[in-house]
Design a protein around this ligand. Structure first.
Ligand SMILES: NC(=O)c1ccc[n+]([C@@H]2O[C@H](COP(=O)([O-])OP(=O)(O)OC[C@H]3O[C@@H](n4cnc5c(N)ncnc54)[C@H](O)[C@@H]3O)[C@@H](O)[C@H]2O)c1
Length: 320
C-alpha cells in the first residue's frame, strides 16, 4: 500500500474525537464514511462538523465553497460491513474499552479489503492487545490525535514490533497530506510522548497549588504567558539550546531534588473528588462556575480558545 492507493477513509466512532478526525480528512479532500451505533449520534456528529467547518471558514482557513464540498464527501452509516468494505484507511475512535476494540478490530478485518490499513486512536491501550484477534498485524498502527482533533496539528504515529514499515510510512504521509503535523513514536511506550510530558508538568502544577504557592488563576496565568507562550513556536529541546546547555544543566541539578516526584494520585485532585467536584460537569473544580465563571463566560472562553487555536494554526502550520 502506498499513499497514492489511499482513496477512501472510514472513521469508526463519531464522538469527541471521531467527528473531528473525519472533518480533517474531509478538508484534506478525501471521501469519508463515518460509522457509529445510532443514526441520532451520527446526526449530532454531522451537525458538529458543519458548525466547525463554518468556524474554519470564518477564520479564513477554508473557502465558503469548501464547506459544502466537504459535507458532500461525507457519508454516514450504522452498518459496519458497509462502512469498511471500500476503505483503504480505517481509523477507530470508539470508546477506550479493550473488549469493545478487540471485537471491533476482528470484525473490521473480516469485512475490509486485504490491503486496508487499520489505525486506532487509543490513548492508553496497546496495539498488541487491541489487535489480538487480527490475522494480519502488519496493517495495524496507532494514530493518536489531540482534542480538538480538527484543529490541534500533532498526531503521534505509533508502531509496535508487528507493524509494517509501509504501514507506518503511509500513515505518516497521509497525516502530512491532510496538513496535520505527525511525529513517529518508535515503540509503544505508555502515554506515547505528549501525555507523558503533560502529566509530568501537571504533577508539579498540582503540587504547587496544593502547597498554596500561588492561586489557581495565577498558576494558569504564569504557565500561559511563559512556558505556554514559547513551545507553540520552539520546542523544549530548542529552548534548551537557545538558553545554553550548561545553564539548563545547573538549573536541573538545583531544582530537581525539590520537584514533586511521587507516583500516587495527586492530593489536589483527590481532595476535589472527595468533595464531589468534577470541574465544569459539577460546577466546581479549581474554579467555581457559579461565581468565577458563568456558563456564558465559559462558552465565550471556549469560543475564544478555538479562535486563538485557529489563528495559531494559520500562523504556524498552514503557511502557504
Ligand atoms: N477525548 C480525548 O481527548 C481523546 C484524545 C485522544 C485520544 N482519545 C481516544 O479516542 C477514542 C475515542 O474517544 P472519544 O473521547 O472520542 O470518545 P466518545 O465517547 O466521545 O466517542 C466514542 C464514540 O464511539 C461510539 N461507539 C460506541 N460503540 C462503538 C462501536 N462498537 N463501534 C464504533 N463506535 C462505537 C460512541 O457511540 C461514541 O460516539 C478513545 O480510544 C480515546 O482514548 C480521546
Amino acid at each position: 500500500m502506498k499513499l497514492e492507493d489511499i482513496k477512501n477513509i472510514t472513521v469508526l466512532g463519531s464522538g469527541i474525537m471521531g467527528h473531528g478526525i473525519a472533518q480533517s480528512f474531509l478538508m484534506g479532500g478525501y471521501p469519508v464514511v463515518l460509522f457509529d451505533i445510532s443514526d441520532a449520534i451520527l446526526a449530532t456528529a454531522k451537525a458538529h462538523i458543519k458548525k466547525n467547518l463554518a468556524l474554519f471558514e470564518k477564520s479564513k482557513l477554508i473557502e465558503e465553497a469548501d464547506i459544502e464540498a466537504s459535507l458532500q464527501r461525507l457519508s454516514t452509516t450504522t452498518n459496519l460491513e458497509e462502512a469498511v468494505g471500500k476503505a483503504d484507511f480505517i481509523i477507530e475512535a470508539a470508546p477506550e474499552d479493550i473488549s469493545l476494540k478487540q471485537d471491533l478490530f476482528e470484525k473490521i478485518e473480516s469485512f475490509c479489503s486485504e490491503n486496508a490499513i487499520i489505525a486506532s486512536n487509543t490513548s492508553s491501550l496497546t496495539l498488541q492487545a487491541i489487535g489480538e484477534r487480527v490475522k494480519n498485524k502488519s496493517r495495524l498502527v496507532v494514530t493518536h490525535w489531540f482534542n480538538p482533533p480538527h484543529i490541534v496539528p500533532t498526531v503521534e504515529v505509533v508502531k509496535n514490533e508487528d507493524t509494517g514499515e509501509e504501514t507506518v510510512d503511509v500513515a505518516y504521509e497521509l497525516m502530512e497530506k491532510i496538513r496535520k503535523s505527525p511525529v513517529k513514536i518508535n515503540w509503544e511506550i505508555p502515554g506515547f510522548i505528549v501525555n507523558r510530558i503533560q502529566i509530568a508538568m501537571v504533577r508539579e502544577v498540582l503540587n504547587l497549588y496544593k502547597k498554596g504557592v500561588a492561586s489557581a488563576s495565577d498558576i494558569d496565568r504564569a504557565v500561559k504567558g511563559s512556558m505556554g507562550f514559547r513551545p507553540a513556536s520552539i520546542g523544549p529541546l530548542l529552548t534548551i539550546d537557545l538558553g545554553g546547555v550548561e545553564l539548563w544543566n545547573s538549573v536541573c541539578k538545583n531544582l530537581l531534588p525539590d520537584i514533586e516526584s511521587g507516583t500516587d494520585a495527586p492530593v489536589a485532585l483527590e481532595d476535589l473528588i472527595a468533595e464531589g467536584h468534577d470541574g465544569i460537569k459539577s460546577g466546581k473544580g479549581f474554579y467555581d462556575y457559579t461565581t468565577d465563571f458563568s456558563k456564558e463566560d465559559l462558552d465565550k472562553a471556549i469560543e475564544q480558545r478555538d479562535r486563538e487555536f485557529l489563528n495559531r494554526l494559520k500562523n504556524l502550520y498552514l503557511k502557504k
